[in-house]
Design a protein around this ligand. Structure first.
Ligand code: ADP
Ligand code: MG
Length: 274
């Protein structure tokens, strides 16, 4: 395995440029014979937060999984279309799967730190997969930086050797964010990251999202319209009507989606009339 040293003169996450823009082009997805996403196209610009909204079952999670090549890991699943990260096609057969994955972090609804592993080791867990070699001092520094960015450092700096599972739900979710940041991703995908959390933890995560958005392109699935309005600059409204595959009804600046949507179905959904 090739190893690259951790370069601490480099910013923790690279400065954003066009290379962090995600451009999904006509993405369709199937589970077996059943088509669940129909030609979804969406540009998620570098340095912004895009919220994916819509009723359950309309394909939001599936779409998110096509953005980091997780969809193809599900037995029987297939897809069509293209996903570009900057100017690189993440489905280019010449590129290694881990190449794309390293650049795209993911956080799920249920916080999933390794419960028996220490907080310190949880942060570094992803790093091992990338083959990065680092000295003890470099690792210490990276752990501190990631935890600080995830808004957790001050709460855990005195107990880095405690197991991840001993933290509260909200802290565990921030630990998962810290873990995903350790590989210096360009993109962070979040699938209902606050659905299992109390309001205080939710606000804490939203604050973290706001701070990270300057450095990482964020795509978040949420059922909470206030949250979508608070954290995102762009919203995409998904819908799967009467057995049809999920598709984007309308996407645009968050303010417009909430105050002056073009499609009456968008208006009904964001105002809770669904
Ligand atoms: P959302 O996240 O918007 O609730 P999903 O992307 O999870 O929607 O699901 C879209 C559709 O795909 C749903 O009809 C769901 O039942 C189906 N689906 C999701 N995951 C699987 C799977 N692993 N196998 C088969 N069907 C699935
Ligand atoms: Mg989902």
């Amino acid at each position: 395995m090739t190893t690259i040293p951790v370069d601490l003169t480099r910013p923790m996450v690279p400065p954003l440029d066009g290379q962090a823009t995600i451009d999904a082009r006509a993405v369709s997805a199937w589970f077996g014979e059943r088509k669940v996403l129909d030609r979804v196209s969406l540009v998620m610009p570098a340095g912004t937060v895009t919220a994916l909204i819509g009723p359950s079952g309309c394909g939001k999670s599936t779409f998110l999984r096509t953005l980091n090549r997780m969809h193809e890991l599900i037995p029987g699943a297939s897809l069509a279309g293209e996903v570009f990260l900057g100017d690189k096609d993440i489905y280019d057969p010449a590129r290694k799967l881990t190449d794309a994955r390293k650049q795209i972090g993911m956080v799920f609804q249920k916080p999933n730190p390794f419960p028996a592993m220490s907080i310190y080791d949880n942060v570094l867990a992803g790093l091992k997969l990338t083959g990065v070699k680092a000295s003890r001092a470099e690792r210490d520094d990276l752990v501190e930086q990631c935890l600080a960015k995830a808004g957790l450092w001050l709460e855990v700096r005195d107990r880095l050797r405690s197991p991840g599972g001993a933290l509260s739900g909200g802290q565990q979710q921030r630990l998962c964010i810290a873990r995903s940041l350790a590989v210096r991703p360009k993109v962070l995908l979040m699938d209902e990251p606050c659905s299992a959390l109390d309001p205080t933890s939710t606000r804490r995560i939203e604050q973290t999202i706001g701070e990270l958005a300057h450095e990482v392109t964020i795509v978040i699935v949420t059922h909470n319209m206030q949250q979508a309005a608070r954290v995102s600059q762009q919203c995409a409204f998904f819908l799967a009507e009467q057995g049809t595959p999920g598709a984007i009804v309308e996407a645009g600046p968050t303010e417009k989606i909430f105050s002056a949507p073009v499609d009456p179905r968008t208006s009904d959904y964001v105002h809770g009339r669904f």
